[in-house]
Design a binder for this molecule. Structure first.
Ligand SMILES: NC(=O)c1ccc[n+]([C@@H]2O[C@H](COP(=O)([O-])OP(=O)(O)OC[C@H]3O[C@@H](n4cnc5c(N)ncnc54)[C@H](OP(=O)(O)O)[C@@H]3O)[C@@H](O)[C@H]2O)c1
Length: 352
């Protein structure tokens, strides 16, 4: 089958102008063995579209030891595809078009065929394009970050309103969690306003934690999809304390580019986060709650999010037209996502 393969961990550039050393490490092959063996509850799909996220970049860079795969591996984990072998499933049949993800394993999607777990698959609703379906994965994260922490009437600040997670979080906070006031930080003012933000702060011009009106009337929830920048520390100025219900949801984490290449580094990364959680739990009178967001209930969230997309109450913004299923297309997709300046989701059209 046709597939893109990665032959070494990539050194990805942080700007679109510099293409790093990506090409040499990627290849398009026509003769990659098609998966033949399906375990119980697995299905084979013909991939139609595959989206890339920062998690795929971490996998391709080799930054996360628990995501390491033997070389060569096929990148991409979030797909929309047509079932070609439903493996006697009682929930799906051949020719159903489904959205699925490989969970925490950023592999398999940039290929003609992929094996998926039946429990991860959700039927693509009528009227939703296959590219939007493949790109719905970040909205699942946004769903968990918003629906589990934002209550009706809350004042919410979303750091990074134009990214994959942030652009969905604005809409979900406004429409589904019924927040009363949603502010986003972004350079994409019009885009965030169209998605439903009541105010948008261009972070190049204004430090959100210094805005006097927010210091006077504080937020109930801050959802951080950017990371770094000591944002939890800064948030205190404009976010209620834990006792008052103030919550900082760390989607991106303190370091959005963590180096977790060894078990020791992984332990250090997680123990720093745990210390933060415990420290803020015992200081709720003076500090906001700190909640690191882990991936959980993804299949359930995917079902809800695709339902919203089908009924038209959630739109997935694509950064550009879908990119082609070629080395050049995948190279552009990786560079775009690793630049941290995609506006919406980056998708590759794998097949008609
Ligand atoms: N915890 C989880 O389960 C989970 C799941 C998915 C993703 N994540 C993490 O969440 C983060 C966001 O993911 P994503 O898919 O939304 O990323 P993304 O689409 O790559 O985000 C790019 C966006 O970030 C904006 N941005 C960059 N710097 C900014 C800043 N200083 N202030 C405000 N906006 C800024 C950019 O807007 P401009 O061009 O305007 O700068 C761009 O639109 C990543 O770190 C990812 O690893 C976590």
């Amino acid at each position: 089958m046709k597939a893109i393969q990665i032959h070494q961990f990539m050194v990805l550039p942080s700007s679109l102008q510099d293409d790093g050393k990506v090409d040499a490490l990627l290849s398009f092959n026509n003769d990659v063995p098609k998966p033949t063996f399906l375990k119980q509850n697995q299905m084979l799909v013909r991939v139609l579209a595959c989206s890339l996220s920062p998690g795929d970049v971490l996998g391709a860079q080799g930054n996360m030891i628990f995501m390491h795969q033997p070389f060569p591996f096929i990148p991409g984990m979030d797909i929309c595809g047509e079932i070609v072998d439903s493996n006697s499933s009682s929930n799906f049949k051949n020719n159903d078009v489904v959205v699925a993800s490989n969970g925490l394993h950023p592999i398999g999607g940039m290929a003609e065929f992929m094996v998926i777990d039946e429990g991860e698959a959700v039927i693509l609703p009528q009227g939703v394009s296959k590219e939007q379906g493949a790109a719905s994965s970040s909205a699942v994260t946004a769903h968990n970050a918003v629906m589990d922490y934002v209550k009706e009437g809350d004042r919410v600040l979303i750091l990074g309103g134009s990214g994959g997670v942030g652009s969905a979080a604005i809409q979900i906070a406004k429409t589904h969690a019924k927040a009363s006031f949603v502010v986003a930080t972004s350079t994409q003012i019009d885009m965030c306003e169209e998605l439903g933000a009541d105010q948008v702060i261009n972070y190049n011009d204004v430090d959100w934690w210094m805005v006097e009106k927010y210091q006077q009337k504080k937020f109930d929830v801050i959802i951080d999809t950017v990371g770094g920048g000591n944002y939890y520390g800064r948030a205190e100025k404009v976010l209620k304390t834990g006792q008052q219900g103030g919550t900082f949801v760390a989607v991106a984490g303190d370091d959005p580019q963590p180096d977790c290449r060894t078990v020791w580094k992984v332990m250090k990364f997680f123990s720093n986060m745990l210390v933060n959680v415990i420290y803020t739990k015992v200081n709720t009178r003076t500090l906001p709650n700190y909640v690191p967001l882990w991936p959980y209930n993804l299949a359930k969230g995917r079902k809800t999010v695709l339902g919203w997309m089908g009924e038209g109450s959630l739109t997935i913004n694509l950064d550009s037209d879908p990119l082609p299923f070629t080395v050049a297309g995948i190279r552009e997709a990786f560079i775009k996502v690793s630049s941290h300046h995609a506006h919406g989701k980056v998708v590759v059209k794998v097949a008609e």
